[in-house]
Design a protein around this ligand. Structure first.
Ligand code: SF4
Length: 457
């Protein structure tokens, strides 16, 4: 049984020693991956397994009561959920293994961002929570950070870093494609439940594919399998069902991806007649790489002005590194979408540079501020200009970047005459939520009837 010590002692050495990068390849430990978007987590775990790392996706949302019990209520909602997930998982493991349970066998995987919001604090806070249970102190927290563009250096043997990164990135893009495929076919399915069942089976097939071919870098074989899945999915759609209003979704990455946390918002919108396109996960990965490149360019300009030779050399080296990563990511993403779209017209992603230009040109916001607000504000603007019939911003209650997004974009959407809805979530069920969504969809239908809709480009 989990037993917390009544007197919690915060030992900062523990934060230093037990949160960070650990070599996963040689550890023989189980890597515990929290489920944010279901497909993404499972494909990433499959990539890990291919590289000999024992990756497991933890059940999610079952431990919410534990998450609430060990947070104060002031933390972001995703922090409560993930705290619950890790405590619940370890509690189940303790039950299952009894005396054989050894906390030392696990590394819990929780990335972080450098700020300015609170994501950088989740893993530190969760370290403190785990340390308050004597039996769980030995569980390490493995962390990647946006500060170095989610570099994997040190987490696996040097010779494999680049291969793992490439296979991992491909798994992110293909999980985006499978999600988009689900949202593309479900509103038009011949029988209720067909699309969900099909995507669940396809996810497992893609998992096997990544586990076998990811480590061998046989990416074309993986893409062939993806094409087969998309081709098969076409039979699920009923051509007699007329086109529906197209709704764009943006917001905080965890909430918009985690169907329990957002109370299955996409499905609720579909129930009221929408076809939805959610912002992708690869967009965030590309954004973090783009931001590092941008920071490095700024640093280089400064060191050139001050004529600091060593710093100039470092910045140049980093620039080459991040520019190479960004180029690779965007080229790979472009290649995957091109192959997918040759079979079914799925919505493609915006390029990060284009999003920054949109913000600059329209004087909306600045990448200097950072956070997801950059992507959400520009993304909403693009959706509106491209002819979407409405936009939804989904986020945890009190989330800083999403509140900024709402403040900036709401009056603009009103001016543009495009329906817009804020949907903040915590674990409670708002009695007026359904009515708000229904009203929003009524407006979206009016927009659709007046203007038609954008075709997926
Ligand atoms: S993005 Fe929002 S929910 Fe996520 S850590 Fe920042 S403030 Fe919290």
């Amino acid at each position: 049984m989990l037993q917390a010590e009544s007197q919690k002692v915060i030992d900062f050495q523990f934060l230093k020693d037990n949160v960070g990068r650990f070599n996963l390849g040689r550890s023989n430990k189980t890597i515990l991956i929290p489920e944010m978007n279901r497909i993404g987590g499972h494909l990433m775990a499959a990539v890990f397994r291919g590289f000999g790392i024992q990756g497991v996706v933890m059940d999610t949302y079952k431990g919410l009561e534990l998450g609430k019990a060990y947070t104060s209520g002031k933390e972001c909602y995703p922090c409560q959920i993930t705290t619950g997930d890790i405590l619940y998982y370890l509690k189940q493991e303790q039950k299952r293994q009894g005396d054989r349970f050894n906390a030392n066998n696990y590394i819990y995987f929780m990335p972080e961002a450098g700020g300015p919001c609170r994501f950088g604090m989740y893993n530190k806070y969760q370290r403190i929570v785990l340390d308050s249970f004597p039996d769980l102190r030995a569980v390490k927290i493995g962390s990647l950070t946006t500060n170095d563009g989610y570099s994997l250096d040190g987490m696996i043997d040097n010779g494999q870093v680049s291969d793992l990164r490439k296979a991992g990135y491909l798994s992110v893009v293909i999980s985006d494609i499978l999600d988009r495929l689900l949202w593309r076919i479900r509103p038009y399915e011949k029988e209720q439940g067909m699309a969900d069942d099909f995507i669940e089976t396809s996810m497992k097939e893609m998992e096997d594919c990544f586990e076998t071919y990811g480590v061998r870098k046989q990416f074309d074989t993986i893409l062939d399998e993806m094409e087969r899945v998309i081709q098969t999915s076409r039979a699920i759609m009923d051509p007699e069902i007329p086109e529906k209003p197209l709704i764009g979704m943006v917001g905080e990455i965890y909430l918009r991806s985690h169907v329990h946390a957002n109370q299955n918002l996409i499905r609720v919108l579909e129930t009221h007649g929408a076809e939805v396109v959610n912002a992708s996960i690869a967009e965030w990965i590309n954004f973090t790489t783009y931001e590092r490149l941008r920071d490095t360019k700024t640093g280089l300009r400064l060191s050139l002005k001050q004529f600091r030779i060593n710093e100039i050399k470092d910045h140049l080296q980093n620039m080459v590194h991040f520019a190479g990563d960004l180029l690779y990511q965007q080229a790979k993403q472009g290649q995957v979408y091109k192959r997918a779209k040759s079979i079914l017209n799925l919505e493609k992603d915006h390029k990060i540079k284009e999003l920054e230009n949109v913000l600059k040109k329209n004087n909306l916001f600045s990448f200097d501020v950072g956070t997801e607000a950059c992507l959400s504000i520009a993304g909403i603007w693009q959706y509106a200009k491209e002819g979407f019939n409405g936009v939804v911003n989904v986020y945890p209650f009190t989330c800083m970047p999403s509140t900024i997004t709402s403040a900036v974009i709401k009056p603009l959407m009103s001016e543009l005459g495009v329906p817009y809805l804020d949907t903040p979530y915590d674990s409670s069920f708002l009695p007026g939520r359904e009515a708000a969504i229904r009203t929003f969809m009524y407006q979206a239908y009016q927009h659709f009837n007046r203007n038609g809709r954008q075709q997926h480009h």
